[in-house]
Design a protein around this ligand. Structure first.
Ligand code: FES
Length: 126
């Protein structure tokens, strides 16, 4: 069941803007792609470039400036064949001029999970 957290007002994010918000230990990027908003984890799924720094948003397409992977934020899909991983998207809703995101479960890419396991191996489980 969704747990909605208010992020900001819709007027706070201008078209083609990407902005980072932090809720406890969860960081979320919010992007205004012109026809609506999308929320996703901050790091590029390729080599973790921070998309609020290197991401460029134009005509609904988000481009990572590091190696030019691209995502269509309208369809929530990869926008090119060379983009190997899709972004993970948080559920989002607009209500009364505000944007709410369901961050009850932090979205992590598979490499993040592997790293957490590696740290457990390194430091031991006790
Ligand atoms: S780090 Fe984003 S495309 Fe490579």
């Amino acid at each position: 069941m969704a747990e909605w957290t208010k992020v900001c007002a819709t007027v706070d994010i201008s078209e083609n803007e990407i902005r980072k918000f932090t809720f406890g230990d969860t960081e979320v990027l919010l992007a205004n792609y012109g026809e609506g908003f999308r929320a996703f984890p901050p790091d590029c799924p390729h080599m973790r470039e921070p998309l609020n720094v290197s991401g460029m948003l134009d005509d609904g397409v988000l481009t990572c400036g590091k190696h030019v992977w691209q995502w269509d934020l309208r369809a929530c899909e990869k926008a090119t064949g060379m983009t190997e991983e899709n972004l993970l998207f948080y559920e989002l809703k607009e209500e009364d001029g505000n944007i709410f995101v369901d961050i009850s479960k932090r979205l992590v890419y598979p490499w993040e999970e592997e790293e957490e396991l590696d740290e457990e191996d390194f430091f031991g489980s006790d």
